[in-house]
Design a protein around this ligand. Structure first.
Ligand code: SF4
Ligand code: SF4
Length: 390
């Protein structure tokens, strides 16, 4: 009897052996050169024929002109014509996006928090407490690595081509959660409404933190939807908030890819967080659910590659965006299907913890996920393969 019990105990211990605890923290690299915001998909599509900005952009990037003109000719997002257009839901989404542009902060209300930060002995904790109390589910701090700062503005004609210079030393990066049930409607318009709502929340938090830090005497700049001076996902990784997944989106602890990122850059000196190890890369190597279910075929099932000095999985952004215009929403299938994106509860958090330990737990976790949630995303009534051929 005793030998059997001892073997059983050893087997259980071996199963939970934290083999990966000895792995070095992953280094994703820093881009060899800075990226021009004018080359971001949304900036490209914002160019309107007949404007000087359009002429300038496609004179410098002639190879993109045909593709972008075809995309521009498709039904625009937030307008009738998309497969999943729902007038009432899209009206809500439009309202949230419009509210972002109208956001303003009453600086007098920032005074109490500014005093709190000014007097705090541990300013990092004080800032994190502030950001969490405003509704963020996670917050981290890291150095502002210049390689992730865009070279030129590109989103709006008024600022097109303006050089970006950001001399702040540090960046506060935070996450807001996207609702689980709304995300499980992907790629219907509920997802776009939820995206808009959380972009608004992230914008509001970053604007308030910006105002409070400025009131406390520091340089600060909010970065939020359509108003980014930098590429946020890798900075969120550096701030210890998660890892980049095969879906090329941040995969965060407890929420997976169901998050939106906001940030404030500042010259306030703070302690930096360390990168998190969640076992995402190892899990992505065997999972591949996002790539297999991407309705546009934009994600790859192969190995990560070196993209401008950063090791990551490639995304065909043109194909992804084309599907957005077909669907009339921002899709979100690759966010919702990710096993890391399940609900934030004790059951899934225990599995998330175990996934970090070793390869055999990851294989069992993936089998369990396939069994419970299935390997195929159900897009009601529509065959995604037909969609991608439209
Ligand atoms: S088409 Fe959808 S699933 Fe594919 S990469 Fe884009 S958002 Fe993700
Ligand atoms: S769905 Fe799977 S492969 Fe894709 S990001 Fe999530 S864990 Fe990685």
């Amino acid at each position: 009897m005793w030998p059997f019990i001892i073997i059983l105990i050893l087997a259980v211990l071996a199963f939970f052996f934290p083999l990966d605890a000895f792995r070095r923290r992953r280094i994703w690299g820093i881009p060899r050169e800075r990226f021009d915001e004018r080359d971001v998909m949304f900036a490209r599509i914002a160019r309107q024929p007949g404007t000087p900005e359009y002429e300038d952009y496609y004179t410098r990037r002639p190879v993109l002109k045909d593709l972008d003109d075809k995309l521009r000719a498709m039904p625009p997002l937030l307008n009738p014509g998309g497969l999943y257009y729902d007038e009432r839901i899209i009206a809500d989404a439009n309202q949230w996006f419009n509210n972002i542009e109208k956001l303003s902060v009453d600086v007098s209300e920032a005074a109490t928090w500014a005093t709190y930060i000014d007097e705090a002995r541990d300013k990092t904790n004080a800032v994190k407490h502030l950001v969490r109390s405003l509704g963020a589910v996670a917050v981290g701090v890291t150095a502002l690595e210049q390689g992730f700062v865009y070279t030129f503005k590109g989103r709006f004609d008024e600022e097109y081509g303006n050089p970006i210079s950001l001399d702040h030393l540090n960046i506060i990066v935070f996450l807001v959660e996207m609702d689980y049930d709304a995300m499980h409607q992907a790629p219907r318009s509920e997802v776009l409404r939820e995206s808009a709502k959380q972009y608004y929340r992230a914008a509001k938090i970053s604007k308030i933190v910006e105002a409070i830090l400025q009131r406390a005497g520091y340089k600060a700049k909010a970065h939020f939807d359509a108003h980014y001076d930098l590429i946020l996902p890798p900075l969120a990784v550096a701030a210890g908030l998660g890892e980049l997944g095969r879906n090329n989106i941040l995969v965060a602890d407890r929420f997976g890819s169901r998050v939106r990122i906001g940030a404030v850059t500042t010259d306030l000196e703070m302690k930096f967080d360390v990168r998190a190890y969640l076992g995402v890369k190892e899990f992505c190597e065997i999972c591949k659910k996002c790539a297999e279910n991407c309705p546009s075929g934009a994600l790859k099932t192969g190995e990560p590659s070196d993209i401008r000095g950063v090791e990551k999985w490639p995304t065909r952004v043109g194909q992804c965006y084309r599907f957005w215009r077909i669907a009339g929403t921002d899709c979100g299938v690759c966010m919702a299907i990710c096993p890391f994106s399940h609900r934030n509860n004790w059951f899934h958090n225990t599995i998330r913890q175990c996934i970090r330990l070793n390869p055999w737990i990851r294989r069992i976790a993936l089998k369990g996920d396939d069994l419970i949630y299935g390997r195929k995303w159900k897009i009601s009534g529509i065959n995604p393969n037909q969609l991608s051929k439209q």
